[in-house]
Design a protein around this ligand. Structure first.
Ligand SMILES: O=C(O)[C@H](O)[C@@H](O)[C@H](O)[C@H](O)COP(=O)(O)O
Length: 260
């Protein structure tokens, strides 16, 4: 497990813009090196804020969108097109305005899709899709994601892995159904910590006063069952992207030197 790297930006807007610029560079470098890139998106205000910043910057067209694989860290288990679905919000915010290859956009199943309203079957289906995309050069039944992004909840949840619930305890499966989530809607589909940890880099997005306690808890040695964000780390890099408000309760020793 690598030590988390922290970057603190002045405010939520600057954090989103800086994170978008960082993501563009990461994708462009991956495509220049390997001909394609693989990114896992997250839902929520910070995740969508990053996509909105990406949509608004001219530099976005440095990305070859046709050679970008998109996956999701979690999804609200709702009907196709429901405005509350993470993929619906991502499409409206960015995806519908860039020339993606639809075969490389891997949305998680909807509750009126091929698996019906069975979230556990939908999770197994997505796990199979991940395994099919994984090759011998990857680490287990998940493709090697260049960047896996996670919003951090005020209770330290990431994806749909909530403190103490069964999904955060999963050590074998890569995708699980989530029932009774404290953040509505209650039924979701989520990557598990083993799948998250297959990523080269994991970026945790935490902006806003309401994330300050969660960031301090997750970065001060809490266990992953009580604080799932503490268990989210990448194979070669774990990066926390915060604004000053979300970093306001961090122990001084963790505060990066050149922070606002
Ligand atoms: O489905 C979801 O709700 C998200 O994937 C979830 O994991 C989100 O990223 C966090 O709850 C943070 O959300 P905010 O950025 O809106 O606080």
């Amino acid at each position: 497990m690598n030590t988390p790297q922290l970057v603190v930006h002045r405010d939520k807007e600057l954090m989103a813009q800086a994170a978008a610029a960082r993501l563009i560079t990461k994708i462009v470098d991956a495509q220049a090196t390997r001909g394609h890139a693989s990114v896992v998106l997250t839902g929520g205000r910070n995740g969508n804020g990053l996509l909105a910043a990406l949509a608004a910057t001219p530099a976005r067209d440095a990305i070859d969108w046709s050679r970008l694989d998109l996956w999701w860290g979690d999804e609200r288990f709702l009907p196709e097109g429901d405005p509350e679905r993470n993929v619906t919000q991502a499409r409206e915010t960015l995806l519908d305005s860039v020339a993606l290859d639809p075969s490389r956009v891997h949305a998680m199943p909807a509750s009126d899709g091929p698996y019906g309203d069975d979230a556990d079957a939908a999770a197994a289906g997505y796990a199979a899709e991940l395994a099919a995309a994984s090759g011998p050069e990857n680490h287990g039944p998940v493709p090697t994601f260049d960047v896996l992004m996670l919003g951090v909840g005020p209770d330290t949840h990431v994806a749909s892995l909530f403190p103490e619930l069964p999904a955060v305890r999963e050590t074998e499966r890569t995708v699980v159904g989530v029932h009774g989530a404290p953040k509505p809607p209650p039924t979701r589909v989520s990557l598990t910590l083993p799948a998250i940890r297959a990523a080269r880099e994991v970026w945790l997005l935490a902006a806003g006063e309401d994330k300050a306690e969660a960031a301090a808890i997750a970065l001060s040695g809490a266990g992953e069952i009580q604080a799932p964000a503490a268990g989210a780390y990448g194979r070669s890099r774990t990066l926390w992207l915060l604004d000053a408000a979300a970093a306001s309760q961090l122990p001084r020793a963790l505060y990066p030197p050149a922070s606002p």
